[in-house]
Design a protein around this ligand. Structure first.
Ligand SMILES: [Zn+2]
Length: 383
């Protein structure tokens, strides 16, 4: 039906006239439909005003609004039923308006939800002045802390660093260090073998069992004066327990020159002990035996826990053992091409784990190689 030419004149609630070029026409059937559409539009407009001014104080109120307008039994859904009675040619216009209402209500309720959530977040306890989370930093390993400290002390006394291979031949580890061919240290029970030549033990390839091999290599290529320290990892065939491991760290020292005496050794050892453990530290040398030194000594320091009075740590002796030392055996000098009639020297060797235990009282040797971050974190301030 084309209504364009008509001008509608409404004279009452139920009576409708259609006028065409001044000629009045009765159009009763259309009147009901038109009125239906009109009432619906009026209702839609009213709801549009209503929903665009919605307010809510909290989530419960917002939910109540959603139920009132948008749920299956809500007011907008109810309008859909009325929409079915709208004349087919009016459906498009009314439908668009109805859609606008539904979209407006949905948008408004979503806006209210967002405002409500923002308000809740804003009341959370956020301190914007707080500093950022700290970046976790690593710490130096306790063995490195102690090794660096020892190297530092000897560097100030004129010692320079020397390094050598960990996979070494018997010649440098044992033979040149004056170990007899049948010395028990060469036994497979004590040393890790990489390559075994039973006919000529000096050709055996092994993991070095001490860093003395570095001394041998330096003496082979350098004429005195020699003043070196050799820090490094060494390997021994030991069962792994709290007190022993199959690898540990040594620092050996060597000084060779003319007229080097035992008094020089003793003074250097005393200075080291006092630098490492405090100015009050005393040292004690006890006769001992090593193949590569003659005479040889074990060195103790006065217990730094009890000050020498005696405690559980020093087994009530007042002393704790820290290193071995002695005058370099002339056989070692000769084996490495140094004239023992002209030169003499001293050597010492200490375990880094041993010194670290004395300094920090680490009860279990295995903790050094377990890489437990909680253990390493204990040394943050030390490093
Ligand atoms: Zn003590």
């Amino acid at each position: 039906m084309n209504l364009e030419p008509y001008t509608f004149v409404f004279t009452g609630k139920n009576i409708t006239f259609a006028q065409n070029n001044g000629e009045a026409l009765w159009w009763g059937i259309a009147a009901d439909k038109i009125e239906q559409k009109d009432m619906l539009l009026e209702k839609i407009e009213q709801l549009l005003r209503e929903v665009s001014e919605l307010t809510a104080a909290n989530a419960e109120e917002i939910e109540a609004l959603r139920l009132k307008y948008l749920s299956k039994k809500g007011e907008i859904t109810a309008l859909m039923a009325d929409f079915r009675d709208v004349a087919a040619d009016q459906k498009k216009a009314v439908g668009m308006k109805l859609n606008e209402l539904k979209q407006t209500a949905t948008r408004k309720i979503n806006e209210l939800k967002e405002q409500c959530e923002t308000a809740e977040t804003a009341t959370d306890d956020i301190d914007l002045t707080r500093t950022a989370y700290p970046t976790p930093l690593g710490t130096r390993h306790p063995l490195n802390i102690v090794r660096n400290r020892i190297v530092d002390i000897f560097s100030r006394m004129g010692f320079t660093l020397a390094d050598g291979p960990e996979v070494e031949d018997d010649l440098h580890v044992f033979t040149k260090m004056n170990f007899a061919p049948d010395h028990p240290a060469r036994d497979m029970q004590d040393t890790f073998f990489v390559d075994n030549h039973s006919a000529d033990v000096t050709k055996n390839i092994i993991l070095r069992s001490h860093t003395s091999s570095v001394q041998a290599r330096v003496m082979e290529t350098t004429q005195p004066p020699i003043r070196i320290i050799c820090p490094g990892r060494v390997y021994r065939n030991e069962a792994i327990t709290a007190r022993a491991h199959c690898f540990f760290h040594q620092i050996e020292g060597l000084y060779i020159d003319r007229n080097v005496s035992f008094a020089d050794l003793k003074q250097v050892m005393l200075m080291f002990a006092q630098e490492m453990f405090g100015a009050e530290t005393k040292i004690r040398l006890r006769p001992s035996y090593f193949p590569f030194t003659e005479p040889s000594a074990e060195m103790d320091i006065s217990c730094h826990i009890c000050g020498g009075k005696g405690c559980g740590f020093c087994k009530h002796t007042g002393w704790v053992e820290i290193l071995g030392c002695g005058m370099v055996d002339p056989n070692v000098l000769e084996a490495c091409g140094i004239d023992s009639k002209v030169y003499s020297g001293y050597a010492f060797g200490l375990g880094v784990e041993r010194i670290t235990n004395l300094k920090y009282q680490v009860s279990d040797l295995r903790m050094f190689s377990e890489n437990d971050v909680r253990f390493l974190d204990e040394f943050v301030s030390a490093g």
